[in-house]
Ligand binder design. Structure first.
Ligand SMILES: [Zn+2]
Length: 517
C-alpha cells in the first residue's frame, strides 16, 4: 500500500475513490439488516500446510467463518466492552451512545462455499477449501478465475516468523475478482483450539479467536486503522494499542494509554477486540460490491446462520443510552412482616411499591437500615432480623436508595419499607404462650399470655364436647401463631398439647364447683 501510493497514477485514482466514498458516507445511514450482504468464502491453504488432516482444515475454516459472523453481527463475547466504557465516559464520544453501534451489526454475513464448486480443484470435504494450489502474492493468482465472487482467505505460515498476522488489499472487496486476504496459519480459525495438518493452525498466542481475519476483512471493505482514520465515532488515537490495555473509566482521559482500544481496526489481542463503529459499518457497506457480484450460487447457507448450537439472526445493539434519574416523582411505600431469625429477601419490584422515577433506564437500587445512604448501613439482597426476647413485636424501617450506573455520585431517597418483626417461633414453649387450668366437668380453661394475645389462637381439636356429665380424660388443643406465612414455612407456628379433665358427679364436689349440675 505504501509503495503503491508513490505511483502518482495510482495515488490520484485512490484519492478520488476515497473522496467519493467520503461524500457518499455523509449522505448515507447504515443499511438496515433485513437483507444482509452475504459473502461466499473460499480458504486456500498452502505449504507447509498439507492435506494430512482434512478435518482440521475443515474445522478451522468453519470456525473462522463462524467467528466472522459473530464479529460482524456484533454478537461476539466482548461486544459489551464498548458500552461499559461509553456508559462510564459518554463525554469521550462525539456521537450519542445509542448511535455507537448499529442495531443490526455490520449487516454482512459470511458463508463457506459448498455448492457448484469449480471443477478441477481439490476441494476438501465438499467445501471451497484448497491445499497447495494458490500462493498469496497480494495479487489475483487465480488465472482460471475459478474463485471470482469469493472472498478468498489465503493461509500459510510463511509470513508468520515476523509480526505480520495478516495482509489485505485496501478496498479489495469493491471488486472480488479472485482476490482476498492473507492470514498467518497460527491466527486462523475460531475458538476451537489448535490443530495440525502439516503445520499448526490457530496456535499463535493471544491471536487464536479469529479476530485477525475480522481485522483484515475490515481493510478489504475499506476500513483504515483507528489510529489513522478520520471517522468521528472511532477512538481519537494517534498511535496503535497492543496487548489488552485497560481503559481509564475514572478520569475518562483521552490521553495516551487510556483510549478505548477494543475496535477491530486496532492491534490489540483477539479477546480484547469487540466492535466496529457505526461509521465503519456505513463505509464497509458502501465499499463492498453489491450482492450480484458475489457468487452466492456457491453457498447453501442463508441469512439466518446456524453454528450447530445457536442460530444467529440480527443481533440487537448492546448499547443503551445512559439516562440517570434526577428525582423520584412518587416514592416507594410498602409494608411487610417477617419473623426474627428468618432470612428475608428484600423487595426488587419497586413499581409495586409505587415508585416512579423521572427516568429509570439506568437506575440502580440499594436498601439500607438506620437511614438513607451514606449515613445508613447498606444491606445486601437479604436481611435477617435480630432475635426478640418475649412476645413483643418490633417495627423497623428499611430505606430504598436510588443510584445510577452512569453516575456514581447520584443518590435519590426513593422511599421506605415499614417492617413488622415477630418473635422467632422456635424460641417459644407452650407454657410461654398459654396457661391451662382443669375446669372439671366444664373442661379445661386457659389464658393466653397477655402480650402474645394479638397473634395466639387456641382451638380444641380432640376430646369430648364440654361440659361432660361424668368421668375423666384428656382433650387436645392446638395453639396457632398468626404469623407471616413466610416465616412459618421453615418454622413451627402450630403447637399442640394435651390437657386433663376430671368430672366427679358422685358426691357434692361437682355441684359445689359447678352450680349448673
Ligand atoms: Zn491492519
Amino acid at each position: 500500500m505504501e509503495q503503491k501510493m508513490q505511483d502518482p497514477v495510482f495515488k490520484a485514482a485512490f484519492l478520488e475513490q476515497e473522496m467519493a466514498i467520503d461524500q457518499q458516507m455523509e449522505r448515507t445511514q447504515a443499511a438496515p439488516c433485513a437483507t444482509p450482504l452475504i459473502i461466499p468464502i473460499a480458504v486456500h491453504y498452502n505449504t507447509p500446510i498439507t492435506d494430512a488432516n482434512p478435518q482440521c482444515l475443515i474445522n478451522k475454516a468453519l470456525e473462522q467463518v463462524a467467528q466472522l459472523n459473530l464479529d460482524y453481527s456484533f454478537c461476539n463475547a466482548n461486544v459489551g466492552d464498548l458500552c461499559d466504557f461509553a456508559e462510564a465516559c459518554p463525554q469521550y464520544f462525539d456521537v450519542p451512545i445509542e448511535d455507537l453501534m448499529p442495531e443490526d451489526g455490520a449487516c454482512i454475513q459470511f458463508c463457506l462455499g459448498d455448492q457448484n464448486l469449480p471443477t478441477g480443484e481439490d476441494n476438501i470435504g465438499g467445501y471451497a477449501i484448497t491445499v497447495g494450489d494458490y500462493v498469496w502474492t497480494g495479487q489475483n493468482t487465480d488465472t482460471q478465475n475459478n474463485w471470482d465472487g469469493f472472498l478468498n482467505i489465503f493461509v500459510n505460515s510463511l509470513l508468520g516468523d515476523g509480526d505480520v498476522l495478516g495482509v489485505a488489499p485496501f478496498n479489495g472487496g469493491a471488486n472480488p475478482s479472485g482476490n482476498g486476504v492473507y492470514i498467518v496459519s497460527g491466527a486462523f480459525g475460531g475458538s476451537g483450539g489448535p490443530c495440525g495438518s502439516g503445520a499448526s493452525l490457530d496456535n499463535l498466542g493471544p491471536y487464536t479467536i479469529g479476530a485477525t481475519a475480522t481485522h483484515e476483512i475490515g481493510h478489504y471493505f475499506g476500513l483504515s486503522h483507528t489510529f489513522s482514520d478520520n471517522l468521528a465515532d472511532t477512538p481519537p488515537q494517534t498511535v496503535f494499542n497492543i496487548g489488552c490495555p485497560s481503559y481509564n473509566t475514572t478520569t475518562c482521559s483521552t490521553s495516551a494509554g487510556s483510549d478505548f482500544s477494543g475496535n477491530f481496526m486496532d492491534y490489540v489481542n483477539d479477546a480484547c477486540m469487540s466492535n466496529f463503529s457505526a461509521s465503519q459499518v456505513t463505509r464497509m457497506q458502501l465499499v463492498a460490491a453489491n450482492q450480484n457480484v458475489w457468487a452466492i450460487d456457491k453457498i447453501s447457507c442463508f441469512a439466518d446462520w446456524f453454528d450447530g448450537t445457536n442460530t444467529y439472526m440480527s443481533c440487537q445493539s448492546f448499547c443503551e443510552p445512559v439516562a440517570c434519574p434526577t428525582e423520584a416523582s412518587t416514592g416507594y411505600f410498602s409494608t411487610d412482616q417477617t419473623c426474627a431469625g428468618t432470612t428475608y429477601t428484600l423487595p426488587t419490584d419497586y413499581a409495586a411499591g409505587g415508585l416512579v422515577l423521572d427516568e429509570d433506564l439506568s437506575a440502580t437500587y440499594t436498601w439500607s437500615i438506620g437511614g438513607y445512604l451514606p449515613t445508613g448501613t447498606a444491606l445486601s439482597s437479604t436481611y435477617t432480623p435480630d432475635p426478640i426476647v418475649g412476645c413483643g413485636t418490633e417495627k423497623l424501617l428499611l430505606f430504598l436508595n436510588v443510584g445510577c450506573t452512569g453516575d456514581a455520585d447520584l443518590q435519590i431517597n426513593g422511599g421506605a419499607l415499614s417492617f413488622t418483626i415477630y418473635p422467632d417461633p422456635t424460641q417459644f414453649t407452650i407454657d410461654d404462650l398459654v396457661t391451662f387450668v382443669d375446669g372439671d366437668c366444664q373442661g379445661p380453661t386457659w389464658e393466653v399470655t397477655p402480650e402474645c394475645a394479638s397473634f395466639v389462637t387456641v382451638n380444641q381439636i380432640n376430646g369430648p364436647t364440654f361440659p361432660v356429665t361424668s368421668g375423666s380424660g384428656t382433650a387436645d388443643y392446638e395453639i396457632i401463631l398468626s404469623y407471616p406465612a413466610d416465616c412459618c414455612t421453615d418454622m413451627i407456628c402450630d403447637f399442640t398439647t394435651t390437657v386433663n379433665y376430671e368430672c366427679d358427679t358422685s358426691g357434692n364436689n361437682c355441684e359445689a364447683d359447678n352450680g349448673d349440675w
